[in-house]
Design a protein around this ligand. Structure first.
Ligand code: SF4
Length: 228
């Protein structure tokens, strides 16, 4: 799936943007070769815990070719994951930096960097089948999901339904620290613990809306739920 995803060109606006950013570059990275393609999920294919973000950052994942790698959001995310034992190191700077995710996979509902970090509803829907496939491949092992932000939450719920889980009606509401149990709705599926967490964007982490302690607390709960 990852190999096919990395070649996807289904969204004309996002293909143009990711490639334009890769050509023009940020001054600080002018000597680097940007990835400029869809960014696949990161971590083992038999993970028990899944982390769902929004989309790669133009000069983060779109540059390094790895989720949440090489930007401030990733610095905060991986430091918290390391603190609770979900990675082997607290930093993520580039592919080949030695980072390993421990029983955890990180993905996004949209795999190409969008202008202003805002995919359109059409782009979100067009990318959904990749998330549905990824959920299906993870189904034998995945037991908990942490969703970073309300946008990712809204994108994930219909993907869960398509992938064989029973999302309650009315739909569970996003909030930081919320936790729901999602029942299986098909063969080979198990109950999932779904956790909401504010996104690790700079708007949240610089303002103190999301602190490292808050993030670690959600990850610790999700890790424990995934292990049970
Ligand atoms: Fe393909 Fe998703 Fe990228 Fe659109 S956002 S081009 S569907 S990988």
């Amino acid at each position: 799936m990852d190999a096919a995803l990395a070649d996807c060109r289904a969204c004309p606006r996002l293909v143009a943007w990711r490639e334009q950013v890769a050509r023009e570059k940020r001054a600080a990275y002018r000597d680097e070769t940007y990835w400029g393609r869809p960014v696949t999920g990161l971590g083992p294919a038999d993970a028990r815990l899944l982390v769902v973000g929004l989309a790669p950052a133009a000069h983060g994942g779109n540059r390094t070719g790895r989720m949440f790698t090489g930007d401030r959001s990733g610095d905060v995310l991986f430091a918290a994951m390391y603190a609770v034992g979900l990675t082997n190191q607290p930093t993520a700077t580039h592919r080949g930096d030695g980072l390993r995710l421990l029983d955890t996979r990180v993905t996004a509902p949209v795999h190409c960097a969008p202008p202003d970090n805002k995919p359109t509803p059409d782009e979100r829907d067009r990318c959904r089948h990749w998330l549905v496939t990824e959920l299906g491949l993870l189904a034998p092992t995945v037991r908990a999901i942490v969703v970073l932000g309300g946008w990712g939450w809204q994108a994930l719920l219909p993907a869960l339904t398509s992938a064989g889980w029973q999302v309650p009606r009315p739909r569970p509401k996003f909030g930081h620290g919320v936790r729901y149990e999602i029942a299986p709705d098909g063969p080979g599926r198990s109950s999932l613990h779904l956790f909401g967490c504010y996104h690790v964007s700079q708007q949240n982490t610089f303002t103190g809306r999301l602190t490292p302690a808050m993030l670690e607390d959600v990850f610790a709960q999700a890790k424990s739920a995934a292990e049970r």
